[in-house]
Design a protein around this ligand. Structure first.
Ligand code: WT7
Length: 660
C-alpha cells in the first residue's frame, strides 16, 4: 500500500441531521449503475440544463478513440454562461467574487473587493474588447497568463473564453524557465502578467521573472502588465503595456458578443508534470468541460443561492480553473477568493476569512489541513465556523487522523469528503455527493464514483482486483471534461493514458475498492510525486539537477512527509573534480528552485558514487524509494550492481531513522 496509514474500511459516519437523507451504499450503487450503463443519456440530461446557442447533433462522437468529442454540433460560450446569464437576471447585483488581498493593516484586511455579477459582466466585456481591438486577438489564438490571485485573473480568463481565445495559465510560483517552456510550447501571442504579487508579506517580482522568460519566447508579441503592487518595473516600449492604460479608453458599457464556440473547441491548455522532462499541455474542450462542472457543482457541492463558497486553491492549477473560475460562476454562486498564504500573518488567517464572510462550502487540501493541525485547534476554535455545511479536500490522499480532526474543529455537523480527480479529468470523478445521494462517510476515502463515471481497479494483467486489494485505477467509459489531447502531441496522449490497458483511461494512480463500492486512491503509481498536492515529475527535477556543472547523474524519489504528503529527495553522483559539501547541497537546491520554481525544494540531497540501475541503464527509483522508506526491496534481478543499494542504505541510515 502506498499510504502509510491503515484504511478504516468499516468506519461509517453519518453527519447529524443527515440521518434521514443518507442512503445505503447498495442503493447508491444501483442508481449509479443505471445512470452509468446509460451514460450518454445521463450526460445529455446534464448538458441540457446549460444554455446552448445551438443544440448538439450527437452526444458523443466515439468514431476515433481515444479522441472522443462530446456534444458534437453544439455551440455555446462559457463567458456567456458564467457571466451574461446572471448579469441579465436577478443576480445582477449579487456578489460573484468577494476578494481579499493578503496585506493586513491594523488587524484588518487592507483590501477587500466585491464584484457583483453586473461588475463582472462589465469588466469581462471591457477586457474582451481590449483583447480584440487593441491586441488584435481572435478565435483560436493562444495567450499565456502569469498573474497573481486577483480578480483580474478570472476576468482575463473569462474574456479569453468570450472570444474563443485559448489561454494557458502558468502558476505564479513557477520560475522563468518553466514559464518560457510553457509559452513556447503553446506559442502564446500575448502574455498577461503583473508587476508583482504578495506572498507572506513579500513581493514576488512577477514582471522581472517574466522578463527573463521573455528573452527566449519568440511567439510573444505583446505583454500586458497589471499594476498590483505599484512598484517600478522594466517596460519594453512597443511590447509592454499597462493593463489600466489599455483599458482607459474602453467604454464602461461596451458589449462584445460572445463567440459561438463549438462544443469540441479548446477552451484552455494547462500544463502538468508527467514522467518525462517535458510538461504535458492538457487541452480541455468547452461543452464537455462545462457539463462536468455543472454536474459536480450541483452534486458534490450542492450549491444554492444562499451559499458562500470558498475554494482555497490557486487558479494556476486545475482546481482553481474548475472550482474557482468556471464551476462556481456557472452556477451563479457567491464565492470568496483570497490572494495570499493561508497562515499569514497568523495561523488562523484562513479561519478568520471563513468566519468573516460566513463561508458555507469549503474546498481545501490535505496539506493545508495538516498544517492547521500542527498549529493546534485553538487557532480554529476561536472562530465560529458553524456556517460551514459542506467541506471537501483534494490533491492527495487525506489521512484519517487529519480528516477526523478537521471535521471536529470546523463543524462536526458538516459533510466532509475527499474528491478524486486530476488535471486531465477536468472535473471531480470520485466523491461523496451530498447534492445527489449521500452515502455514509469514511475517514480518508474518496467515496463512490460520480454518476456516469465508470471507475475500476485492475491488476497488472488488466483484470479487476478483489475488494480491498491494491491495483491501478482506470476509467472505462469516456466522460465530458476528458482531455481533447496533449497540445501538439496526439501520440503522447495515446501512449500516456490509453496504452497501459486496452481501451480504458489510465490516470496513473494506485487504488483500492471496498465492499461498499468506495474507492481509496493511494497515490501515484508512476514517477510523479505530489508535494503539498502539487504534481512534480521526478524526471523534471533530475533534468534540472544534471544541468548543473557539478552533477554527473541524479535520481529523485518522493518520501513521506507529515505535512506535505510527500517531499523529493535527491541522490547525486558528482563529476570528477567536484566534492560533496553542505555548500554544494545548498547550491544544488537553489539551482533547482530557480529552474522549476519554489515548490521544487529537496528535503535532502545525498551524494553517492553510483545509482542503482538496470542492466539497460534505467535508474531503479523504486529500489531507492524502498530503501528510504524501509519497504521490501522487491525483485532485484534486473539490478546491475548490488553495491549501489548498499551505498544508498548507508547514506540513508540517518534519514531512515528520522522517518520510521
Ligand atoms: C493527482 C492529480 C485535481 C486537482 C488537484 C490535483 C492525486 C487528487 C486526490 C484525492 C487522493 C488525489 C492523484 C491524482 N489526487 N485528488 N482526493 N485523493 N489522491 O490535480 O495536479 O492533476 O494531480 O492528484 O494522485 O493522480 P493534479
Amino acid at each position: 500500500m502506498s499510504v502509510n496509514w491503515a484504511l478504516p474500511f468499516e468506519e461509517k459516519l453519518i453527519p447529524p441531521g443527515y440521518e434521514g437523507k443518507v442512503v445505503p451504499p447498495s442503493v447508491y450503487q444501483a442508481v449509479h449503475k443505471v445512470l452509468t450503463d446509460n451514460y450518454k443519456e445521463y450526460w445529455e440530461s446534464v448538458a441540457k440544463e446549460l444554455e446552448w446557442f445551438k443544440p448538439w447533433e450527437k452526444v458523443l462522437d466515439d468514431s476515433r478513440p481515444p479522441f472522443y468529442k462530446w456534444f458534437v454540433g453544439g455551440e455555446l460560450n462559457l463567458s456567456y454562461l458564467a457571466v451574461d446569464r446572471h448579469a441579465k437576471s436577478w443576480r445582477k447585483n449579487k456578489a460573484a467574487i468577494i476578494w481579499e488581498g493578503e496585506p493586513i493593516e491594523d488587524g484588518k484586511p487592507k483590501e477587500v473587493r466585491v464584484l457583483t455579477y453586473g461588475d463582472l459582466y462589465r469588466e469581462v466585456n471591457r477586457v474582451a474588447y481590449m483583447m480584440r481591438h487593441v491586441l488584435g486577438l481572435k478565435k483560436g489564438d493562444t495567450i499565456a497568463i502569469y498573474m497573481p490571485m486577483v480578480p483580474e485573473l478570472p476576468i482575463v480568463m473569462l474574456a479569453a473564453a468570450r472570444l474563443g481565445v485559448i489561454f494557458t495559465v502558468i502558476f505564479s510560483g513557477f520560475s522563468a524557465q518553466a514559464l518560457a517552456d510553457r509559452i513556447n510550447d503553446s506559442k502564446a501571442k500575448v502574455l498577461f502578467t503583473a508587476d508583482g504579487s504578495w506572498r507572506r508579506g513579500k513581493v514576488v517580482p512577477l514582471k522581472e521573472i517574466a522578463d527573463k522568460a521573455l528573452e527566449s519566447t519568440p511567439s510573444v508579441q505583446k505583454v500586458v502588465v497589471l499594476r498590483r503592487i505599484g512598484n517600478n518595473v522594466n517596460m519594453v516600449s512597443g511590447r509592454d503595456y499597462y493593463f489600466d492604460e489599455l483599458l482607459k479608453d474602453v467604454p464602461q458599457n461596451v458589449y462584445v458578443e460572445p463567440e459561438r464556440v463549438k462544443s469540441e473547441d479548446p477552451l484552455f491548455i494547462l500544463y502538468t508534470s508527467g514522467t518525462t522532462g517535458k510538461p504535458k499541455g492538457i487541452v480541455h474542450d468547452t461543452g464537455g468541460y462545462a457539463t462536468i462542472l455543472h454536474a459536480t457543482m450541483k452534486y458534490v457541492f450542492d450549491v444554492r443561492d444562499t451559499d458562500v463558497y470558498w475554494c482555497t486553491a490557486d487558479i494556476g492549477w486545475i482546481t482553481g480553473h474548475s472550482y474557482i473560475v468556471f464551476g462556481p460562476l456557472l452556477e451563479g454562486v457567491t464565492e470568496v477568493m483570497y490572494e495570499g498564504a493561508m497562515d499569514y500573518p497568523e495561523p488562523d488567517r484562513w479561519a478568520a476569512i471563513a468566519e468573516r464572510y460566513g463561508v458555507t462550502i469549503l474546498y481545501t487540501s490535505p496539506t493545508a489541513i495538516r498544517m492547521f493541525m500542527r498549529y493546534g485547534e485553538s487557532w480554529v476554535t476561536k472562530h465560529n465556523l458553524r456556517s460551514v455545511r459542506i467541506m471537501h479536500s483534494v490533491g492527495e490522499p487525506i489521512n484519517p487522523e487529519a480528516f477526523r480532526w478537521f471535521l471536529k474543529v470546523v463543524n462536526p455537523n458538516a459533510v466532509f469528503g475527499s474528491t478524486w480527480w486530476m488535471t486531465e479529468t477536468g472535473g471531480i470523478m470520485i466523491s461523496h455527493a451530498p447534492g445527489f445521494l449521500l452515502v455514509p462517510m469514511k475517514p480518508g476515502t474518496n467515496g463512490p464514483p460520480m454518476p456516469g463515471v465508470d471507475a475500476d481497479v485492475l491488476n497488472d494483467q488488466g483484470n479487476p482486483v478483489k475488494d480491498r486489494e491494491r491495483g491501478y485505477l482506470v476509467i472505462r467509459k469516456p466522460w465530458p471534461g476528458m482531455p481533447l489531447t496533449i497540445w501538439g502531441d496526439d501520440e503522447r496522449y495515446v501512449k500516456t493514458y490509453w496504452s497501459k490497458f486496452q481501451g480504458v483511461f489510465y490516470p496513473g494512480d494506485f487504488a483500492v475498492k471496498d465492499e461498499d463500492g468506495y474507492f481509496w486512491i493511494l497515490g501515484r503509481a508512476d514517477e510523479v510525486i505530489k508535494v503539498a498536492g502539487h504534481r512534480l515529475g521526478t524526471y523534471e527535477l533530475e533534468s534540472a539537477l544534471i544541468q548543473h556543472k557539478a552533477v554527473a547523474e541524479a535520481a529523485v524519489v518522493g518520501i513521506p512527509d507529515p505535512v506535505k504528503g510527500e517531499v523529493p529527495v535527491a541522490m547525486v553522483v558528482l563529476k570528477q573534480g567536484y566534492h560533496p559539501s553542505e555548500e554544494l547541497k545548498r547550491e544544488l537546491n537553489s539551482w533547482v528552485r530557480e529552474q522549476v520554481g519554489p515548490i521544487a525544494s529537496f528535503a535532502d540531497i545525498k551524494f553517492v558514487t553510483k545509482l542503482p540501475k538496470t542492466r539497460s541503464g534505467k535508474i531503479m527509483r523504486r529500489v531507492i524509494k524502498a530503501v528510504l522508506t524501509n519497504a521490501p526491496l522487491g525483485d532485484l534481478t534486473t539490478l546491475e550492481d548490488e553495491t549501489s543499494v548498499e551505498e544508498i542504505k548507508r547514506a540513508y541510515e540517518e534519514l531512515r531513522k528520522e522517518i520510521s
